[in-house]
Design a protein around this ligand. Structure first.
Ligand code: ZN
Length: 97
């Protein structure tokens, strides 16, 4: 696995499972996503692992959180679950349910 270390690339190509409210309302396949390289302020982009559909963006704090989990526990055998509080606490603090 070759990665550059100057942004948040250690999370690139990791699989995560989305469990945000929107993913329960409108799931895509199994809600498993693969993290791709992000653009601009985004640390990563989430693509459905099954059909490739764009599923959202990964903020830098979330990427760091995932990186921390992956580093601490090693390459996870099951995808890390990303919930709303992880994904959107920076972007939409007032949208708490
Ligand atoms: Zn899908």
């Amino acid at each position: 696995m070759t990665v550059d270390l100057f942004d948040s690339p250690t999370v690139i190509s990791l699989k995560v499972r989305l469990d945000r409210p929107v993913d329960r309302e409108r799931p895509c396949c199994r809600n498993i996503c693969i993290i791709a390289a992000g653009k601009g302020p985004h640390a990563g982009e989430l693509h459905c692992a099954d059909c490739g559909q764009h599923r959202g963006w990964l903020s830098k704090p979330t990427a760091h959180w995932i990186e921390h989990i992956a580093t601490r526990f090693g390459a996870p055998s099951t995808p890390i679950v990303v919930r709303k509080s992880h994904t959107y606490e920076e972007e939409a603090p007032s949208a708490e349910t």
